[in-house]
Ligand binder design. Structure first.
Ligand SMILES: NC(=O)c1ccc[n+]([C@@H]2O[C@H](COP(=O)([O-])OP(=O)(O)OC[C@H]3O[C@@H](n4cnc5c(N)ncnc54)[C@H](OP(=O)(O)O)[C@@H]3O)[C@@H](O)[C@H]2O)c1
Length: 281
């Protein structure tokens, strides 16, 4: 990635906090931020993969890292996180932990798991934006990146709670952009279509859509492209759609009735997941 080092790190450094940093889009952000000279706090549940990402960027870019292994869906996650990072001057926040591994009808799902996802994707995201956003406003600079999804464009059968949480992330981030921009803090929401991450590969392999985890899903956006766009467009919020097919698709769906939009989302999800859910009339 082409470096914009001094201006980027002066505006958003010295530390970045990446939630969901052990793989996929989150680890791509860790690398992109390290390349810009920011020190990075890496958060997710698995210590081993976090340590591996951290040691790679430390060796590659000579930055400092801190690893925090914790579950962001627990009720006391905010307190746990603050206790681990409160001594650091955090100028950049990336909320990546937000995927859904299932694709079942709502009534067949484990409600407790959906509630944990909702907490992680919405309540915890709101809390970190409130806490770190407040600190950024106090110092007059900073950046926040949140992830939404094509699933937020219209209700997606099989992903009811996830789609709802991503619609929250989108509208919440856009409103936050409007409030924080005049106070010197940039906010952007990235809307992703299918993106090549280990999570997507695991799901597609389970459904027989790819033969092995080494196979890149056809047409999926590479994770590093998401991170590069996030950093490139950070001051051009409120929203960046990181996929030309999603840009076109969401425009078309915006012009349709909501029932037609849900039908299109059903077909799109079936295509990615290899499922055969019925299309609503
Ligand atoms: N991949 C796609 O096709 C796609 C499409 C649209 C939108 N998005 C959005 O892009 C973002 C990143 O997606 P992704 O595909 O990289 O996968 P993801 O499964 O959302 O994120 C993976 C990262 O989050 C961490 N994580 C998950 N649950 C956690 C928890 N409870 N506590 C702490 N860490 C947790 C994982 O590490 P651990 O397992 O170590 O905890 C991993 O580092 C998500 O917000 C997703 O909604 C992705």
């Amino acid at each position: 990635m082409e470096s914009k080092t001094s201006t980027f790190s002066e505006r958003y450094g010295p530390w970045a906090l990446v939630l969901g940093a052990s793989e996929g889009v989150g680890s791509a952000f860790v690398e992109a931020l390290a390349a810009e000279g920011l020190n990075v706090v890496l958060v997710s549940r698995r210590q081993g993969p976090l340590e591996e990402v951290a040691s790679n960027v430390k060796a590659g870019y000579g930055i400092e890292t801190r690893v925090v292994a914790m579950d962001l869906s627990l009720a006391d996650a905010m307190q746990t996180l603050c206790a681990q990072v409160d001594d650091l001057d955090i100028g950049f926040l990336v909320n990546c932990a937000g995927g859904d591994t299932g694709n079942e009808d709502f009534l067949d799902r484990d409600l407790a798991a959906d509630e944990a996802m909702l907490f992680r994707n919405c309540t915890l995201l709101m809390r970190v934006c409130h806490y770190f956003g407040g600190k950024m406003v106090a110092r007059g600079r900073g950046g926040i990146v949140n992830m939404s999804s094509g699933a937020a464009v219209a209700g997606t059968p099989g992903l009811a709670t996830y789609a709802g949480s991503k619609a929250f992330d989108l509208l919440f981030s856009e409103a936050l952009w409007g409030e924080l921009k005049p106070k010197g803090v940039d906010v952007i929401c990235l809307m992703l279509a299918d993106t090549d991450t280990p999570m997507l590969r695991r799901q597609m392999m389970m459904r027989g859509k790819i033969a092995s985890l080494d196979e890149a899903p056809k047409g999926a956006t590479p994770s590093h492209v998401v991170a590069e766009e996030g950093l490139r467009y950070i001051d051009k919020g409120p929203t960046r759609v990181v996929s030309s097919k999603l840009r076109i698709g969401s425009r078309i769906m915006g012009a349709l009735g909501r029932n037609r939009a849900v039908a299109i989302m059903t077909v799109a999800a079936n295509k990615i997941m290899g499922d055969k859910k019925g299309v609503a009339d």
